[in-house]
Design a binder for this molecule. Structure first.
Ligand code: SAH
Length: 352
């Protein structure tokens, strides 16, 4: 059975036309789903009874369930169980500019980044578009707040699930639905070059973030296997073309790993690598995990690294930390879930 949240507005319109009905029914249904956020077809009160019956036979609605929530200041982490009992996670972050959700795109991940919890588990399958959409709808319903921003930075490599990702963007961006502005959507990739090129041809103005994490091929090859397929010179060249074509600024994410990629010389090398590009670098304090030996850089090392980039006139920020207490980094909740089953309500206020 097809899931209704897989369909773009165009798909719905085509469906109605094929059924010998009017095209505008597509917009009606789309609005019921994403504006009024109905939970059953019966609530679509302006549709004929026969049509609703047909809908019930042909389409399913929600398939994912929350199995665990962890809360910390300004952050909530959700673990979801999918229809086939696989698990993925998403994170809600409250910013002063709005509420953003970080969603997963795959069960597991094949990219094998050495510092990343998600990569320890090989990809089991891609998420369907509806499973990405449902993460947002379910969190919105659960927290009662409007989601204003979406970042595609959870479990999985979005560009390894490209078609479902693009369909997802089309649906959440559409004016008749959730209507998230493309500037409020960010997709993060470890650097799948052919898909970056395809992405630059899309009509959306979605933000692109690149997980860089190393300033040279030697180190990047060691910690990110994707670099062997698409080494830095090819990645950077592709991004320069992307920027030229889209006129958009690219974000580089750079996790600081103690004694691995956080040395002064590496900061200088990084500045040289991106010099002249319309970009900014987001330095990310590493979230340590029990299963992986990498350590977080000391705060003073992070600040020194930041200063060197600043002195080199590179746009740079240090990522505000959300949820290091609740293991909010990619894949961490899912791996914890294997040992625990209860709902943890963690509230720092209550501790003090
Ligand atoms: N596969 C995509 C998106 C998922 S990872 C990508 O690589 O961009 C999202 C971001 O979280 C990446 O920059 C990733 O490198 C980073 N990340 C993974 N594990 C982390 C950890 N333990 N602490 C901090 N950031 C982490």
């Amino acid at each position: 059975m097809q899931n209704i949240y897989n369909l773009t507005l165009k798909d719905l319109e085509n469906y109605f036309v094929e059924q010998g009905d009017k095209k505008f029914r597509g917009t009606q249904v789309f609005e019921w789903l994403y504006r009024k956020k109905v939970k059953s077809f019966k609530e679509m009160t302006n549709l004929k009874k026969e049509l609703l019956e047909k809908f019930e036979q042909n389409f399913e609605m929600k398939t994912i369930q929350i199995t665990k929530v962890e809360r910390d200041i300004d952050v909530e982490k959700y673990l979801f169980e999918l229809k086939d009992h696989e698990k993925v996670e998403a994170v809600l972050m409250n910013h002063d500019y709005g509420n953003s959700v970080c969603i997963s795109t795959q069960v597991g991940c094949n990219m094998g980044c050495k510092f990343c919890e998600s990569g320890r588990l090989k990809k089991i399958r891609n998420l369907e578009t509806h499973e990405m959409i449902e993460q947002i709808l379910t969190i919105e319903e659960e927290c009662g707040k409007r989601i204003s921003h979406v970042v595609v930075m959870g479990i999985g490599e979005p560009f390894d699930n490209y078609d479902n990702l693009v369909r997802f963007i089309e649906i959440i961006n559409n004016d008749h639905g959730i209507a998230l502005g493309s500037r409020h959507i960010t997709v993060s990739t470890c650097g799948v070059v052919p898909k970056i090129i395809e992405f630059s041809n899309l009509p959306y103005q979605v933000n692109l973030a690149i997980s860089l994490h190393a300033p040279n091929n030697e180190l990047r090859n060691q910690i990110m296997p994707i670099n062997k397929a698409y080494p830095l010179e090819i990645l950077i060249d592709t991004l320069k073309k992307y920027i030229e074509k889209t006129n958009r600024r690219v974000t580089f994410e750079y996790i600081l790993l103690k004694d691995v990629n956080d040395q002064k010389q590496q900061a200088k090398e990084l500045a040289e690598l991106v010099r002249g590009m319309n970009c900014y670098i987001n330095l990310i304090p590493y979230n340590e995990t029990n299963n992986i030996a990498f350590k977080r850089s000391k705060q003073e090392t992070i600040l020194e690294f930041y200063d060197i980039l600043k002195k080199n006139r590179i746009n740079v920020t240090i990522r505000r930390e959300f949820g290091s207490k609740i293991s909010a980094a990619c894949g961490q909740l899912r791996s914890k879930k294997e040992d625990e089953d209860e709902i943890i309500l963690h509230d720092r206020h209550r501790e003090s």
